[in-house]
Design a protein around this ligand. Sequence first.
Ligand code: HMH
Length: 222
Amino acid sequence: EAKITATETWRRKHRLLHAGATRHPFIRGIRDGNIDISAFKTWLGQDYMFVRAFVPFVASVLTKAWKGSNDSDNDVEVILGGMAALNDEISWFKKEASKWGVQLSNIAPQKANQEYCRFLESLTSPEVEYTVAIVAFWVIETVYQESFAHCLEDGSKTPPELKETCQRWGNEGFREYCNSLGKIADRQLEKASDDVISKAEATFLQVLEYEVNFWNMSHGGT
Ligand code: HMH
């Protein structure tokens, strides 16, 4: 019988908050086909801003992997793959925005987005341990993977014009990449001190809260 990992323990322990982030009304709206397209457009513009701020965070995780991991070749490659995907993602956002008539140059980040980006910036500090940073990175990516994969499951009524968006994060390759991040996180947590483990768990919870607030923003902040 396989040992239950730290990341799996946290997912179970904080099941309600986890479901709040991965089964949010915004995602249910896409899956049920009754999403308000203006909410989708708000999300699109705000997520473009978020992804731009996400890049320096991922760069900081890469630096920490290179300096502080006992399997740094593997970790750097996994994280670099994530960065390459972000490069592609930024081009995709531009294309998708023009398709929906969303003007990216005019967008101001909303409060929940600003707060999330400020949190990401705080995690770039060299004082933040690699273990804490990789846990944050893993959960940020995994929330999107699980949310959008839900919109592609059998029985979902996702509108055809939103399927490509769901595929972007809901595809099998992205799921495997998230699993690789989770494995790195668990390997780090296995050798971490109690102090670092509690910091990492607190960070896991903070990310889930920021993700819920981010989805809420697309629904007009309610
Ligand atoms: C808010 N969380 C948010 N945006 C994203 N693009 C991801 C996670 C995954 O990259």
